[in-house]
Design a protein around this ligand. Sequence first.
Ligand code: NAI
Length: 492
Amino acid sequence: MPDSTLTATSLSSRTGRVPVVVLPGDGIGPEVVRATRRIVDAAGARIDWHEAEAGAASFAKGVAIGVSQEVLDLVARIGVVLKGPLETPVGFGGKSVNVTLRNLFEMFGNVRPVKEIPGIATPFSGRGVDMIVVRENVEDLYAGIEHMQTPGVAQSLKLVTQKGCDRIIRLAFEVAKSEGRKRVTVVTKANIMKLSEGLMKRRFEAIAPEYPGIAADHLIVDNAAHQMVIRPEKLDVLVTTNLFGDILSDLAAGLVGGLGVAPSANIGERVSMFEAVHGSAPDIAGKNIANPTAMLLAATMMLRHVGQAAEAQAVERALFAVLKAGKTLTGDLAGRAGVKPSSTSAFADAVIAALDPVSPDVAAKATALAVPKVDPSPVAGTPKSRQVVGIDVFVEGVGPAEKLGPAMEAAAQGTGFTLKMISNRGAQVYPATAPLEDVVDHWRCRVLGPAQDDAKVAALLAKVSAVRPWMHLEKLQDFDGAPAYSKAQGEA
Ligand code: NAI
């Protein structure tokens, strides 16, 4: 265990060496991590490795979350982690340690570089694919706030915050800066989700001018998926919300050879963790045949993160030279190349033999990634005026709209509220705009009136309940005179 007063920053400034927690993990983890450490050390990287345990071995010892408090303390103190794949326990209820680590240390950004790898043939080989996908990692639909509204209608809350947007957008620009990239593209569905996805787009437009050397633009997510396949070489840095990032980063990995060769970084203000995208591959574990490429590329991201870009470049060049030569390849690639498979350790030896001295030019320019810090206040943006102008009350029932509408109008009478409209799955059905026969038992009744008065809302709800049971209520607010809620399709 290291001296508890030492942190990554204090140690690196005193000795030029950077402490890193290494979690070899499960399955093939120890094999690919061992190969990676040997190569990184041979390249002259100044890393002090602090090996620790997490995953299956910890679960087996009865550590309920698969990582002990002692290891969590070490991670918190050192702040940089190189992690092998960790098995998600099946059958005894344990949670994924990967997710636990990401959440405990609020690693809000997932960064996935996607670059053509020499010697790994794909339908896109030779096109020069070289993009970085920066994915928001903690918000959006992953908050997992879900409710069955009726027995047949499920709801999932998509939470997007200004704070969350600001830090992922700034991270994308900082990544672009540190990697010498020219353009950052924000990917959203702001055309449909004008408030949640729209917040991401608006914050991007507000922040982009702070990075004048980097071009900034926007793509709608469906077009982004299309562009990634049609013209992937044109894309540079992409930043997006959690679910879209989940999908697009796997799509991107597929362009250059799949998840087996893809590295990723989880970035937080206090802790950043670097890993391969693949899992523990139990089918080939312990045989010294796994491909360490993804883990090694994760280590190059880690080296750049701690300001050792020249060592990262040396490792990457040697790796690419070995892959391009196509003589020493692990079993997953050897067959396609028509050569005899080499072991994990023989592959590592070949990479070490291919290492050139680090470039002094790159070393001189190397700077650690500046992880953006955002205002820790939970409140972002205070409108000068805000007003509650009504409520959306969601009721259950079979309809039809032409009966529910007058019944709701009658319920609102004498309460100070008036029914504006009723929608079903987002489309206005009362007053009818177009014939809509395909409805479900979940109706949104938009009622305008004195909703700032809780007693009046309660009186209205009592009368609504007499018509249909309600299960969900939303306040309609105006911020600075503008509606802070969306309209139904067809709503005037
Ligand atoms: P997997 O990625 O471990 O394996 C899928 C296939 O790819 C297998 O045939 C495997 O042999 C092959 N493969 C993976 N990495 C390879 C490498 N470096 N060299 C050669 N072949 C390789 O995915 P699977 O089987 O779905 O998951 C196994 C375990 O890993 C599960 O417990 C899962 O929860 C965990 N996992 C952990 C991750 C992490 O720690 N970030 C990510 C994904 C899965």
